[in-house]
Design a protein around this ligand. Structure first.
Ligand code: SF4
Length: 113
């Protein structure tokens, strides 16, 4: 398990360093979903385009008004973005702690201190 996490971390860092963009020649999820500039400025799918949105914890669409932590990818399995570009591969989160939920927690901590 630890080895898998290290492997994923190394692969994502390498892809990010190389400037890889998953969305090249594809319609990005924020265009499919008509996300506002405000959502794009916070959503990790827009900030970290080297991974497909379904592999990123805490994207805008993984959250809800009832305290979802952004790790549940069941919404992605029904989404046309994943169905179009996911190739039927099982979903595995590869980027954690960068989501909108994490930004909000940081803000809460700053306000409390
Ligand atoms: S529901 Fe999932 S696959 Fe669809 S746009 Fe959001 S993060 Fe991407």
């Amino acid at each position: 398990m630890a080895r898998t996490i290290v492997d994923i971390k190394e692969k994502t860092e390498t892809a990010e360093e190389r400037g890889f963009n998953f969305w090249t020649d594809k319609m990005p999820c924020w265009e499919v979903s008509h996300c506002t500039n405000m959502v794009k400025s916070e959503c990790p799918a827009f900030k970290y385009p080297f991974l497909p949105c379904w592999e990123i914890e805490g994207t805008y669409c993984k959250l809800d008004d009832y305290g979802a932590d952004g790790k549940d990818t069941s919404i992605c399995e029904m989404c046309r973005v994943y169905k179009t570009y996911g190739g039927g591969r099982p979903i595995q989160l590869k980027l954690m702690g960068r989501g909108i939920n994490a930004s909000l927690k940081s803000l809460e901590e700053i306000v409390k201190s």
